[in-house]
Design a protein around this ligand. Structure first.
Ligand code: NI
Ligand code: MN
Length: 221
């Protein structure tokens, strides 16, 4: 599996020629052009809906989101996949499950966009848990106990989501093989030092690897 980081909370996850794009925002031309099979959008805030509409229309890839947010994209003329927290959508490459996230849910135009969510993405047995924007909650351990997580993508930027201390607690609950921090240093209000997060994860002592990616970089798992 190759995981490309587009910056902020955007990732392109690729395995065996299949591609899942999550929360596309401020993507480089290269990632923007990489025709995904599905575009997951965790909630309606504009730093997550980002370029989803444009990429969906250009690639004909469906936008997968909770019911109300899927309707928003549907009204824009995109193909969509709807569902809700607890639901699993099956694909030829595996499955994507909607899971809880503690956050808000307005659309870019201010309308109601449903509950925010995270996604547990299973591609050929390799599991990536993208938490979306969220605060810390204990059921992250429950989510991981049902589907052991290979790679955790979690916010560390504080203010609107978990900060470093809470994110390290989330890593301890989920116990992934690898964690990649997201949702930090995009703008001044969420400026943090990812090196501090690396130290906190190392202190857990479980051999969990923290991979800090710059926008445009990728990681092979
Ligand atoms: Ni948000
Ligand atoms: Mn956000």
């Amino acid at each position: 599996m190759r995981i490309y980081y587009g910056g902020h909370s955007s990732f392109l996850i690729e395995k065996d020629g299949k591609r899942v794009l999550v929360d596309p925002f401020m993507l480089s031309g290269e990632m923007r052009a990489a025709r995904p099979d599905v575009i997951c959008v965790s909630h309606g805030h504009s730093d997550h809906t980002g370029e989803a509409e444009e990429i969906s229309k250009a690639s004909n890839a469906p936008v997968m989101a909770v019911f109300e947010l899927a309707n928003y994209f549907s009204e824009k003329g995109c193909r969509t996949i709807d569902g809700y927290i607890g639901g699993t959508v099956r694909f030829d490459f595996g499955s994507i499950k909607y899971v809880n996230a503690l956050h808000g849910g307005s659309s870019p135009e201010g309308g109601y966009a449903g509950n925010p969510c995270g996604f547990v993405i299973n591609m050929g047995g390799t599991v990536v848990y993208h938490t979306g924007d969220t605060g810390l909650f204990g059921d992250m351990a429950l989510i991981a106990s049902q589907t052991p997580v290979d790679v955790l993508l979690c916010p560390i930027g504080d203010k609107y989501t978990m900060g470093i201390e809470d994110a390290a607690r989330a890593v301890d609950l989920v116990r992934p093989k690898v964690v990649i921090p997201m949702h930090y240093n995009t703008f001044p209000a969420i400026r943090v030092d990812p090196g501090l997060f690396v130290k906190r994860v190392d202190a857990i002592g479980a051999g969990i690897r923290t991979v800090v990616l710059r926008p445009g970089e990728s990681f092979d798992y």
